[in-house]
Design a protein around this ligand. Structure first.
Ligand code: AP5
Length: 218
């Protein structure tokens, strides 16, 4: 399966991507995670991306598209993948269409997670991420047993710099202006499946699997 996850910041894309990728036995490719890993080691890609990320803006298309094109050519993406956070602009979506076509493949479905701004702010203000394994937690909604420590690997949890309230507001604006048009783009391509992202993590995963299995069957 070749899948794309789309939705506002904090909708639960990263959380769901891990379960969906496991279920469909495909790699989870998150452009946000790739950028953050590069920022952490101060690579030239990380240096280019950092200021945009800190401001809540998108990293320029040319940089992002080249990075994803390389990643999709990797051997472990040959039999499928779940893209999380890409595409985020119409030019990125067009580049993805060209890349999958050049590779002799096609997308199977685009899953949209829907959530309102109030819930986005609540989810992002309490988000904590594990330094060790990248597992995402929440201070109220999905707490680890011991505050600040990951249940899965014992790693220390941290708060992302771009989860400051002002940056979250900017990320929501950017989503509305640049990413929301992809919903119509993929509806026109008959690839879009939309689910409600409210409710427990498990219930959203079940809805996502159901929607994607239906898409695969058509
Ligand atoms: P990225 O990392 O992709 O951030 P995002 O899209 O803003 O999404 P988030 O990671 O903030 O949220 P999410 O939907 O994954 O939610 P999560 O599962 O963590 O991108 C970061 C930056 O990188 C961008 O701003 C940009 O600068 C750059 N970038 C990345 N891709 C790019 C691209 N293609 N082009 C250009 N620039 C790009 O969940 C949030 C919280 O809610 C967690 O605490 C979680 O525990 C909790 N939660 C999740 N689900 C539930 C539930 N069902 N119930 C209760 N709590 C829940």
């Amino acid at each position: 399966m070749r899948l794309v996850l789309v939705g506002p910041p904090g909708a639960g894309k990263g959380t769901q991507a891990k379960f969906l990728a496991y279920h469909f036995k495909i790699p989870h490719i998150s452009t946000g995670d790739i950028f953050r890993a590069n920022v952490a080691v101060k690579s030239s890609l990380g240096v280019k991306a950092k200021n945009f990320m800190d401001a809540g803006d998108l990293v320029p298309d040319a940089v992002t598209i080249a990075m994803v094109r390389d990643r999709l050519a990797h051997h472990n993406a040959k039999r499928g993948y779940l893209l999380d956070g890409f595409p985020r602009t119409v030019p990125q979506a067009e580049a993805l269409t060209n890349t999958v076509t050049d590779l002799g493949t096609q997308l199977d479905a685009v899953l949209e997670l829907r959530l309102d701004d109030e819930e986005v702010v609540r989810r992002l203000s309490g988000r904590r991420t594990c330094h060790g394994c990248g597992r995402v937690w929440h201070t109220e909604l999905d707490k680890p047993e011991v505050e600040g420590i990951c249940d899965a690997c014992g790693g220390e949890l941290f708060q992302r710099d771009d989860d400051e309230p002002e940056t979250v507001r900017r990320r929501l604006e950017v989503y509305r202006e640049q990413t929301a048009p992809l919903v119509d783009y993929y509806a026109d391509a008959h690839l879009l499946r939309t689910i409600d992202a409210y409710g427990s993590v498990d219930s959203v995963t079940a809805r996502g699997i159901d929607a994607l299995e239906q898409a695969a069957a058509t």
